[in-house]
Write a protein that binds this ligand. Structure first.
Ligand code: PRP
Ligand code: URA
Length: 208
């Protein structure tokens, strides 16, 4: 079974409280999503492979390291978009591949509406970015797409998850490790995470 990491870092806890607050403006919300995504990525990338690299400092030659694998960032539209910038700043050589999925409000099932992945994968590790893991339907469908594409290693980086979503993703994809800022109590009857933060897409884009 995959590992689930729920951060207990004080910076993440502090930023998450502001993110959840219903009075937080879309501008501040976007800033926090970006920052939390970057902090979580620091933890999620701790086991990336490196290869040796010979460099010269102003003083001497030395053996150093560089990232070995080609990394893909895959935000699930729309809400995952806000996470890209923070992660990309840390790994500017990553490729960004967008996947469009929305959750049908009645069935709560994911509907795919955008996929521009090239025929063959050009990356070996993908970070799947989406702030909310609710029923887990969207994350599972996105991981299905990435595996069909041929990606060997996928890590899910989210912000808030419900236990139901974690279980669904783990059951379908036991090889995918899950990195989160928090695991909340439950889903409500409309499939929203409680206490959660509301609709992450609407709060970022001001469309609520
Ligand atoms: C939200 C969220 C996830 C999905 C999670 O997106 O960003 O993609 O719901 O729910 P699930 O785990 O039950 O599938 P939404 O469908 O609201 O689309 P949006 O990002 O365009 O607002
Ligand atoms: N999508 C969201 O944006 N928020 C939730 O609580 C559940 C799904």
């Amino acid at each position: 079974m995959s590992n689930v990491y729920a951060s207990n870092h004080p910076l993440i806890a502090h930023k998450l409280s502001i993110l959840r607050d219903k009075n937080t403006t879309p501008k501040k919300f976007r800033e926090l999503v970006k920052e939390i995504a970057a902090l979580l990525t620091y933890e999620a990338t701790a086991d990336l492979a490196v290869s040796p690299l010979e460099i010269e400092t102003p003083l001497t030659a030395m053996s150093a390291h560089e990232l070995k694998e080609k990394i893909g960032l895959v935000p699930i539209l729309r809400a995952g978009l806000g996470m890209v910038e923070g992660v990309w700043e840390l790994m500017p050589n990553s490729e960004v591949w967008h996947l469009g999925l929305y959750r049908d409000e009645k069935t709560l099932r994911p509907v795919e509406y955008y996929n521009k992945l090239p025929l063959d994968p050009r990356v070996s590790v993908c970070l799947l970015l989406d702030p909310m893991l609710a029923t887990g339907g969207s994350a599972t469908a996105a991981a299905d797409v990435l595996k069909r594409w041929g990606v060997k290693k996928i890590k899910y980086v989210g912000i808030i998850a419900a236990p139901e979503g974690i279980k669904t993703l783990q059951t379908a994809h036991p090889d995918i490790d899950i990195y989160l800022a928090a695991i909340d109590e439950r889903l409500n009857e409309r499939g929203y995470i409680v206490p959660g933060l509301g609709d992450a897409g609407d709060r970022q884009f001001g469309t609520g």
